[in-house]
Design a protein around this ligand. Sequence first.
Ligand SMILES: *[C@@H]1O[C@H](CO)[C@@H](O)[C@H](O)[C@H]1NC(C)=O
Ligand SMILES: *[C@@H]1O[C@H](CO)[C@@H](O)[C@H](O)[C@H]1NC(C)=O
Ligand SMILES: *[C@@H]1O[C@H](CO)[C@@H](O)[C@H](O)[C@H]1NC(C)=O
Length: 129
Amino acid sequence: MHSIFSRRVAAFLLASLSAFVQAKPISLAERDLFVPPVLYPHDGTFWRVNQRHNVTWDISHPPVNITNKIGRIMLRKGRVTTPLILAKRFDILLGRIEVTVPWVIDGTDYQVVLIGDPGNFSQFFAITA
Ligand SMILES: *[C@@H]1O[C@H](CO)[C@@H](O)[C@H](O)[C@H]1NC(C)=O
Ligand SMILES: *[C@@H]1O[C@H](CO)[C@@H](O)[C@H](O)[C@H]1NC(C)=O
Ligand SMILES: *[C@@H]1O[C@H](CO)[C@@H](O)[C@H](O)[C@H]1NC(C)=O
């Protein structure tokens, strides 16, 4: 009885240990994440609702093996990333993508988030109706 119990405990501990080892996060270097800086919009940019604009980012230093080739752009206001997706499923090596400014309240504290993984923010800019 005692030995069966210990064997079960040992098996459980071993399973937990291997799960823990598998769950170990992969370092950024191993994954070759590409998180390019956003160039436009930037500080001083002024967008109007419904206009079209090219969001641009710097593709001059991509890693050799990019793991996150598919990009997505979201809108951020203040310290919160909104659920608004401005563009998605584009090649991150394009360096630009055209977006339509969504209907949002006026503000000078907007940013776009370029998501690769974990993503990068633009500087703050303004949107007005
Ligand atoms: C975002 O871009 C800046 C340059 O503007 C860079 O220094 C930074 O490392 C990037 N962020 C991430 C998470 O890589
Ligand atoms: C975005 O850039 C492309 C390529 O330079 C250009 O053809 C297009 O007109 C631009 N769109 C806007 C809204 O400026
Ligand atoms: C990139 O990937 C290829 C194929 O998987 C591999 O042979 C090469 O060593 C990788 N290069 C770097 C710098 O990780």
